[in-house]
Design a protein around this ligand. Structure first.
Ligand SMILES: [Zn+2]
Length: 182
């Protein structure tokens, strides 16, 4: 196993913590000098907070460890391509590199919808590496959304009104339910 795969494995472990909370399984770690200095996972529904994406949770912790808002010399390993908010924060943090598990065609901002990490007009560009343990990262997400659909259909059969209330869970999906599932 390469170092990149080893760190992505740890990001996947974080994603599984999100899964335990019935959150969309997205996880990440931040590595500095070959050591993990921060971990994060998606807690958006749990925290009832738009800002509680895996990447932002990890950036907050890494800054505490580094004693600096600058994450120069650090690399983030994240299971899913970052959204516009997280990609923006990564540029702001001046992190060196982002290693991505699988891409997010409907919402990703490391090249899918747009590439905020590598805009020549900004004062910092982030190196991007894609496709590390891609299969494992994407199958974890597609399994989650498949189960969500099954559960929703079941709920619809039992109680049609309750099922419509749970629509929020699926529409709040950062990856777009069919995007990464395919
Ligand atoms: Zn995000």
């Amino acid at each position: 196993m390469t170092d990149q795969e080893r760190f992505m494995k740890e990001a996947i472990r974080q994603a599984k913590k999100a899964l335990k909370l019935a959150e969309v399984p997205i996880g990440c770690v931040i590595v500095c000098d070959g050591k993990i200095i921060a971990r994060g996972y998606n807690r958006r529904n749990t925290d009832k907070n738009t800002l509680s994406h895996a990447e932002l949770n990890a950036i907050r912790k890494a800054s505490r460890v580094m004693g600096d808002w600058r994450l120069e010399g650090c690399t983030m390993y994240v299971t899913l391509e970052p959204c516009q908010m997280c990609a923006g924060a990564l540029v702001q943090s001046r992190i060196d590199e982002v290693v991505i598990g699988c891409m997010n065609p409907k919402a990703g901002c490391a090249g899918s919808v747009l590439n905020l990490l590598d805009m020549p007009g900004f004062n910092h560009q982030v190196k991007i590496t894609k496709g590390v343990l891609e299969e494992e990262c994407s199958s974890m997400l597609s399994a989650f959304f498949k189960e969500l659909r099954v559960r929703k259909n079941l709920q619809k059969k039992i109680s049609p009104s309750a099922a419509s209330q749970s629509d929020e869970t699926a529409s709040g999906d950062p990856s777009g339910s069919s995007g990464t599932a395919s």
